[in-house]
Design a protein around this ligand. Sequence first.
Ligand code: FES
Length: 149
Amino acid sequence: MAGARVRSSTSSSTSRLGSWVHVGKVGDFREGRGSVVRLDDKKVAVFKLGGRLQAIQDACPHMGASLADGRVENGRVVCHWHGWSFDLESGQGSLTSKNWLCARTYEVKLEGRDVYLRCPAEPPPRRPEDDEEWTAWDPKFLKTPKGTD
Ligand code: FES
C-alpha cells in the first residue's frame, strides 16, 4: 500500500505536546489501511481496523520507512522494508525487548465524526549509536530500497 496520503492537522500550530489535535473525520480513514497525518513536524500513521482508529509514529525506528505503508497482523504493524513489527497499542518492537525498538504511539479520540490525536508526554528512547545488536543487523538490509531516496 505504497503512497499513503499525508493529511495536515487542522488546529493551530502552537505546541501540541499533551494537547488533542484534530486530524480529520472518521470517513477520511480507510478500513484496513494506513494513512499519514501531520502533527507539527511529525508524521503519524493512523490505521482503521474494525472501525477502530489507532495511531503510531510513521517513521520506522529501524531506518525510517513509512509504517503507514506496512501491513497489520494481530495488532502489530509490520514494516514493509525489513519486517520489524510494532504493537499498535504499546509501540513495542518485535525484534528484542530493547526500549529503543519501541515506536511512539498516540492516543486517539472521537468527538462525533471528528478524529483527534494526542502526543504522548515522553518520546521513546533514542537508539544508541554504538548498539552492537543494531550494528550487527544483516548488512543486506541496510541498503535503501529502490525509489525511496
Ligand atoms: S526500516 Fe522498518 S524494519 Fe527496517
